[in-house]
Design a protein around this ligand. Structure first.
Ligand SMILES: Nc1ncnc2c1ncn2[C@@H]1O[C@H](COP(=O)(O)OP(=O)(O)OP(=O)(O)O)[C@@H](O)[C@H]1O
Ligand SMILES: [Mg+2]
Length: 494
């Protein structure tokens, strides 16, 4: 159905695509894999008419095509769900879904008709709960993803491109997404699917193409029969032997955080636990189990009853106070909450901690730059040039930059919400090592992740949450994934 050959795309100073080939068949799910910065998003933006390639050809149904704009790509039958969702916050769900449609063609004469049509698509997606008249800015990330998907469906596309669609979704929502993908492919629609979660590839993928440094290193491998180790070594050019750093080698110090009977009506109730210096405590649970909300309440960004003590002292809550007390929160929706797109990587890393770089009222730019450089090396942010505008980094590298902000010096307690979202397998291992190092230096870490193996692999102690309550607390070493999933899903306390 689609054949791309020799695609080259040069940005100032970066050859993002250096001769990429891709062929996609009708009715298949074709997975596009590669490390952060490999060129995946750039390739699909060429298809979507966002970028014009410098070289190469695209054939669709045997005819040469060249999408010159997003509208042009839609007319060709390509729909794209971007990594950075491109919805308009101020418009309603229905308006977003039909944005760019010629309403006349669909015969919409009024808002009510558009709302009805939107409700139909949302229903088909298994989300009658999302109201077409709601303003998109008020929706959760997962709901926004569904709206984006509804828009792709409303165009009756023949090729749907999804750039990390599952990154913002919970377990059961991913299952729903896969159900929709299977329905679409059964009707002959082709799907190009990008993800850093390799187990998803096995589940939904038919064939796999791997990119590395802007080149195709493997074309059309069978998704189910190619060993993960082979895919990882194609992506990284090396064998990633271990993933999690070995446990132990850390001294636990005094209690840095104590939470007593923390409750927020309808969200979580009676949550108590503590974190010691040098300890990593993980919170496992589904989206909606209260895990992110507990982190926010500990940080003081969400009202809750109960007590929060830092190093034995009850602190006045509120964001400013907590920063002063050495607490850092890396929120879940890092990109939306936290990026200054036109500013440099350095500015994005040191944002919010600037007072630390100020001496006698002058900002110590040299020290600021040195810190930013150290952290971007530590997290291997690519390209390794902290003075670049962050807009020009790949999605995963932007994530790492925002995370780096919270790793800046002077913290005693780190609250990390989904720290590896959007981060590739190789960099993930590095990030795990960084988190361990911080703990080794005596920092307490409270970690939330929707990936149970990540919680079990990283944390010393695990709290399992269900519907806002702690149903189990114990050493990570004594738990396995299966048992934790059973507790999370079925509420069976161990
Ligand atoms: N607008 C731009 N200007 C300059 N360089 C860019 C621009 N967009 C992307 N790049 C560079 O092109 C390369 C490929 O980026 P791309 O976003 O395609 O990676 P990716 O494979 O999607 O990675 P990720 O998994 O992190 O999303 C990176 O080196 C990136 O820094
Ligand atoms: Mg990308």
């Amino acid at each position: 159905m689609l054949v791309m050959q020799g695609i080259v795309k040069q940005f100032p100073g970066v050859r993002a695509l250096d001769g990429v080939d891709l062929d996609v068949r009708a009715g298949e799910v074709h997975c596009l894999l590669g490390q952060n910065g490999a060129g995946k998003s750039t390739l699909i933006k060429v298809l979507a008419g966002v970028h014009q390639p410098d070289e190469g050809t695209i054939q669709f149904d045997g005819k040469e095509v060249r999408p010159t704009s997003p509208i042009d790509a839609i007319r060709l039958g390509f729909a794209t769900i971007y990594q950075e969702l491109d919805l308009v916050d101020g418009l309603s769900v229905a308006e977003n879904i039909f944005l760019g449609h010629e309403h006349a063609r669909l015969g919409f004469t009024n808002r009510a008709a558009a709302n009805r049509a939107a409700a139909e698509v949302l229903d088909r997606l298994g989300h009658p709960d999302i109201r077409p008249s709601t303003e998109v800015g008020r929706l959760s990330p997962a709901a926004k993803q569904v709206v984006s998907m509804a828009r792709a469906l409303s165009h009756e596309a023949r090729l749907i491109i999804m750039d990390e669609p599952s990154a913002a979704l919970a377990h059961d929502e991913v299952a729903n997404l896969f159900r929709i993908i299977r329905e679409l492919t059964a009707q002959g629609v082709a799907v190009v699917y990008i993800s850093h979660r390799l187990e998803e590839i096995r589940d939904i993928g038919d064939r796999v193409t791997v990119l590395k440094d802007g080149r195709t290193v493997a074309v059309g491998l069978p998704a189910r029969d190619t060993p993960t180790s082979r895919i990882v070594s194609l992506m990284t050019g090396r064998n990633v032997e271990y993933v999690f750093p070995a446990r132990g080698g850390r001294e636990l110090g005094d209690e840095v955080l104590r939470v007593e009977n923390l409750s927020a009506r309808g969200v979580f109730s009676d949550v108590s636990f503590s974190v010691r210096a040098g300890e990593i405590v993980g919170l496992a649970g589904l989206v909606g189990s209260g895990r992110s909300e507990i982190l926010e309440a500990v940080y003081g960004a969400r009202p809750a009853s109960g007590r929060v003590l830092l190093s034995g002292k009850q602190v006045r809550r509120g964001v400013v106070g907590t920063v002063k007390h050495g607490m850092g929160l890396a929120p879940e929706e890092r990109k939306a909450q936290a990026l200054l797109l036109d500013q440099s990587v350095t500015a994005n890393i040191t944002l919010g901690t600037l007072p630390e770089f100020a001496r006698f009222g002058w900002i110590d730019r040299k020290r600021e730059r040195a810190e930013a450089r150290r952290l971007s090396e530590m997290l291997s942010i690519r390209p390794p040039d902290p003075e670049r505008p962050i807009r020009t980094l790949s999605g995963g590298n932007q994530q790492k930059a925002v995370l780096a902000r919270w790793l800046l010096g002077g913290r005693r307690l780190l609250l990390l919400d989904e720290p590896t979202r959007g981060v590739d397998v190789g960099a993930r291992a590095e990030l795990y090592a960084v988190i361990h190092d911080l703990a080794k230096q005596g920092i307490g870490v409270l970690l939330v992740s929707s990936e149970v193996p990540e919680v079990l692999g990283l944390a010393d102690r695990v709290l399992v949450l269900r519907e806002g309550r702690v149903i189990h607390e114990g050493d990570a070493a004594g738990l396995d994934e299966h048992r934790v999933l059973d507790m999370i899903m079925n509420g069976k306390a161990a």
